[in-house]
Structure formats: C-alpha cells, structure tokens
Design a protein around this ligand. Structure first.
Ligand SMILES: Nc1ncnc2c1ncn2[C@@H]1O[C@H](COP(=O)(O)OP(=O)(O)O)[C@@H](O)[C@H]1O
Ligand SMILES: Cc1ncsc1CCOP(=O)(O)O
Ligand SMILES: [Mg+2]
Length: 255
C-alpha cells in the first residue's frame, strides 16, 4: 500500500449538513476577509467572496494593511505578484494575525520559482497555526518548511483536494478540470477558505467546507458554460446560488 493510498483511506469527507452549516454561518456573519493578493487575481477573488456571502477588502498599502486587518474576520496573504511594497506589508499582517488571533491563510504562489518567494514563505511559516493553501508543486516545494511549522493546516488543491492538520485529514473529490483553465481560481479558493475560517474554528473543517462548495460550484458551472470565459462567470453564479439542497444532491451522488 502506498502512502498516498494510506492517506486516502484515513481522510474523511464532510457530510452535506456540515458544509451547509459552515456556509450558513458565512451568510449570517458576512465576514470581511482582508486580502493582500496578487494583481492578476484581485478581481476574481473579490467577486468570489461576494458571491460566497463574505466581504472583500483588498487593501495593499503598507501603512494601512494593519488597520484594515484589525476588524477583519480573517486575513489572506498571497505572494503571486509580490513587490517591494507588499513584501513590507506582510510582516504587518502577520503581527495583526498573531496579536489578535485572526485566522491567516497563506497562498505561496510559484514559491518553487524564486528565492525571494521561498524567503517570504519561510517568514510566514514562522507564525503558528496558519493555513497554507497551494497546488501540488507549491506544497511540495515547501514540504520541509511545512513539516517544521507549528500547528499548520496544509491544503493541497488539485483533482482531489487534500486537507491535513495534526488532528484530522479530509479529501475533497469535487471540481472540474476547467478550474485550471482560468487564472485566479486557486487564489480565490484561498479567500473562500479564509471566509470559512472566520466562522469555523477548526481550520481543516473550514477548508474542507469551502473546497467542497467550490468544487461542486465548478461542476455546475462546467455543465452550463461554453468554455473558460463563460466558465468564470458561471462559477461565480454557482457559488452565489449554492445551498443545502444542492450540496445534499451533489454530495450524495459524488462524481
Ligand atoms: N483536475 C481537476 N479536476 C477538478 N478540480 C480541479 C482540478 N484541478 C484543480 N481543481 C480545483 O481547482 C481549484 C484550484 O486548484 P489548483 O488548480 O490546484 O490551484 P492553483 O490555481 O493555485 O494551481 C481547487 O478548488 C481544485 O479543487
Ligand atoms: C498568472 C499569475 N502570475 C502571478 S500570480 C498569477 C495568478 C495565479 O492564479 P492561480 O494560482 O489561482 O491560477
Ligand atoms: Mg495558485
């Protein structure tokens, strides 16, 4: 038996009502997610948060990110288009996350490609109890840092999303290959996870709920679209329309 098979055997899948419960709390609380994200994904990230029932704030100025993060329900740091100013803003966000106990989601975009990104990822991973969401290449590049990080929740997205904390692991087998054909869809996933972390203390449960809803929305969008362009629009619509009945119907049958 390979280690991958072992992981799959042990990983749990959330029940539809568990996902619906997290989504209902997002709808009720309408958490604001302070997103320091990349210039490519800002728009889709903000729209996906709105569709999800959360509130985006996309502040990036080094002298105001801390103030913007203070009242937020969760913080997202995404290094996709890191520049000299956003590099300085990151420690300010880490400080707020630490001092106020705010959930922090880190997306190490393209960390495998540059020493600067590796360095920043190392700094972020020094903060305990963060959630890291990346694709398989990014998570593999960070495997040593992740192994050393305290209390980290690891979320590796792909055909099957794998969510691992020290206590629990989940697998989410929803989604559609078209989700890889539109830029920013992974980045927006991190924001939805952050919104769920604002209302669900168990970060692994929060991530599994967000990715289950997102993956099912992707399946619905793929049925309705004509290609990648209309897929993006349909995905936002399907996220906005997600409800308990859709979750129950789609999670019952699987893929
Ligand atoms: N082959 C696939 N089939 C179904 N869903 C996928 C596939 N690849 C990625 N996804 C979904 O697309 C979203 C973004 O994941 P991913 O493509 O890994 O991120 P990134 O865009 O950062 O590389 C996730 O919700 C994931 O479940
Ligand atoms: C193309 C690109 N280049 C720098 S950030 C970015 C967006 C990456 O978005 P995603 O990882 O969600 O596809
Ligand atoms: Mg990405």
């Amino acid at each position: 038996m390979t280690s991958d098979t072992t992981e799959m055997t042990l990983a749990r899948t959330l029940q539809p009502q568990e996902v619906a419960s997290v989504l209902a709390r997002v709808a009720e609380v309408r958490p604001r997610v302070q997103c320091l994200t990349n210039t490519v994904a800002q728009n889709i990230t903000a729209n996906m948060l709105l569709a999800f029932g959360a509130i985006p704030s996309m502040a990036i100025h080094v002298d105001e990110v801390a103030a913007m993060a203070e009242g937020a329900g969760a913080i997202l740091i995404n290094i996709g288009t890191i520049n000299a100013e956003s590099e300085l803003a990151i420690p300010k966000l880490l400080e707020v996350a630490r001092d106020r106990g705010k959930p922090l989601v880190f997306d190490p975009v393209f960390v495998e490609l540059s020493p600067l990104r590796r360095h920043i990822a190392g700094q972020v991973l020094r903060l305990p109890d963060i959630l890291v969401r990346g694709n398989a290449t990014e998570m593999a590049a960070l495997s040593f840092d992740l192994a050393a990080a305290k209390g980290v929740t690891r979320v590796t997205t792909g055909k099957v999303d794998r969510i691992e904390s020290s206590a629990v692991s989940f697998a989410v087998a929803h989604g559609h290959p078209l989700m890889t054909r539109v830029t920013g869809i992974g980045c927006a996933a991190g924001a939805l996870i952050a919104a769920c972390c604002a209302v669900e203390a168990n970060k692994a449960v929060a991530a599994a709920a967000a990715l289950t809803a997102y993956g099912i929305a992707g399946e619905i969008a793929a049925e309705r679209c004509r290609g990648p362009g209309s897929f993006e629009v349909e995905l936002i619509d399907a996220v906005a329309a997600m409800d308990a009945a859709t979750l129950a119907a789609r999670m019952g049958t699987g893929r």
